[in-house]
Design a binder for this molecule. Structure first.
Ligand SMILES: *Cc1c(COP(=O)(O)O)cnc(C)c1O
Length: 489
């Protein structure tokens, strides 16, 4: 069987170890040394859960199949539609709605099942220490992880979010989180600061041994964990199968996928699906004004030396796309040294470049585009007026970049746009794009948006907005380690 290897050295581990560790001890990310294959034709009449089981057993082969089946059933019964990830189609536009889970964003797909995978992995590895999940969030991961891990025995979860970098609804979702094992901390800094702080904690060997003597082992719910990545592969297969059923494509024909991207996790799952045998033509990578990836696809240089822009699609306000490291590993022919050197120069110089041959390989698979703030607003309005369909700001970025792609590349391959959040998660931006400026805040606009646009309101959203905060911890970005020490005392 294949192993999970670090992108930065020859280090090898089993599936359950890779899930448990989250990040390799050399700072690299775990990747499968080989891609399992799935014959798409074998999935033709399968349900979401059946396809999920096929994908998960192929990657996590040291788990018991029955256990995985139970995890899947528990995780996806929390979604508000039996299809889990339905597709809405208008003319040649197909939106794969990934936001029908408990926290209204696509991260629920992976984070609903991650707690089961992690505690399952601990059982396989005979770990008895308490697992402490450390997570940096640009808004959506934090809430989805809190919801997933809340009151899960044998775990604690600490979420760090940028104090001024999340929407009012995102913040409220986190600060009202229930559970005896949850901690929510606002960081004075941006998402990259929070993410770097968490990475530093993982890479600090002394601190980790200190925690070990206290009976704790650290793990991550960030999209660097393979336990996050693999469940995201599933909906690429599912949406393909459903598109065959709905006559959008013929079995075996290629599909394009457009993915609003930040940390490069969602779109990387599409790349993995392709390596496993899914007929994918192009993966269209859509950035907002923090367009580091767009520039990379244009020039072959990844350069994060630029101002950080706060946009209305905050879950993609990211300058260091962590999962891009995995792509570099795969397209470099598993060249650990190349990845290690590139990541080191990203830290020392804020940039690295790839040789032209490698860039050509990347260009075969990906197209990069970006969308400005004005274009995001206009796109939301345009699609609402044309089809009565309400997109959130992140999905709008995807739509605009897809439109550009069709115009530039003259490629009419059927396409699926991944819709990553409910419009209610970013109510004010969405509402104002369609109906113009308003003095009302996010909370007040929820009911307005529902009334005016006629879209169903998620059950407990209004109630949540009214409930009291139970978390109010602040922390400077330099003090994250001390804070953690204090929380775990
Ligand atoms: C996290 C997130 C993204 C970006 O996903 P990545 O895997 O980081 O590329 C896009 N949209 C929403 C709503 C998100 O929460």
């Amino acid at each position: 069987m294949f192993k999970y290897v670090s992108t930065r050295s020859g280090l090898q581990v089993s599936p359950s170890e890779a899930i448990l560790k989250g990040i390799a001890s050399d700072g690299g990310l775990f990747v499968p040394s080989e891609f399992p294959k799935i014959d798409i034709r074998s999935l033709e009449n399968s349900t979401y859960n059946e396809i999920c089981l096929k994908v998960l057993t192929s990657y996590f082969y040291d788990f018991d199949e029955n256990d995985l089946k139970n995890y899947i059933e528990s995780a996806y019964s929390k979604f508000n539609t039996p299809e889990v990830t339905p597709v809405k189609s208008f003319e040649n536009l197909n939106f794969l709605e990934l936001y029908h889970g408990p926290t209204l964003a696509f991260k629920d797909v992976a984070l609903s099942i991650l707690p089961y995978l992690l505690t399952g992995a601990a059982k396989i590895q005979k770990i008895t220490d308490e697992i402490v999940i450390l997570t940096a969030t640009s808004g959506d991961t934090g809430k989805a992880a809190l919801e997933g891990f809340s009151d899960v025995k044998g775990t604690r979860i600490v979420v760090f979010f940028p104090n001024n970098g999340v929407s009012q609804i995102q913040r409220k979702q986190m600060t009202t989180q229930k559970g005896d094992n949850v901690h929510v901390v606002a960081i004075e800094g941006n998402f990259d600061d929070a993410q770097n702080g968490v990475k530093n904690i993982f890479n600090d060997k002394n601190f980790n041994s200190e925690l070990e003597t206290m009976g704790y082992v650290l793990s991550s719910a960030n999209s660097i964990n393979v336990g996050r990545l693999v469940p995201q592969i599933v909906y690429y297969f599912v949406s393909y199968i459903n598109s065959v059923k709905n006559g959008i494509i013929k079995m075996g024909d290629p599909m394009n996928y457009t993915v609003p991207t930040g940390n490069f996790g969602n779109i990387l799952a599409g790349y993995y699906a392709k390596q496993m045998g899914l007929p994918v033509n192009k993966l269209i990578c859509a950035s907002n004004e923090n367009n580091v990836l767009y520039d990379f696809f244009s020039t072959g240089v990844y350069d994060k030396n630029r101002p950080f822009i706060k946009t209305t699609s905050p879950s993609m306000d990211i300058l260091i796309s962590s999962n891009f490291e995995r792509l570099l590993y795969h397209v470099s022919g598993s060249d650990n040294d190349f990845v290690k050197n590139s990541m080191e120069s990203l830290i020392s110089d804020g940039k690295y470049s790839v040789p032209s041959k490698m860039k050509e390989n990347i260009d075969k698979e990906f197209y990069g585009g970006f969308c400005s703030e004005t274009e995001t607003e206009n796109s939301i309005k345009e699609i609402y007026e044309k089809f009565g369909y309400v997109m959130d700001t992140h999905t709008a970025v995807g739509y605009k970049v897809y439109k550009d792609y069709v115009e530039n590349a003259k490629d009419n391959t059927p396409n699926i746009i991944l819709s990553t959040a409910s419009p209610y998660k970013f109510t004010k931006s969405v509402y104002e794009s369609i109906f113009g400026e308003s003095d009302l805040d996010d909370y007040e606009l929820i009911a307005e948006l529902s009334k005016k646009a006629g879209i169903p309101l998620p059950n407990d959203l209004i109630e949540m907005c009214k409930s009291k905060d139970v978390h109010d911890t602040f922390c400077e970005k330099e003090d994250m380690k001390d804070l953690l020490r204090g929380l775990l005392k």
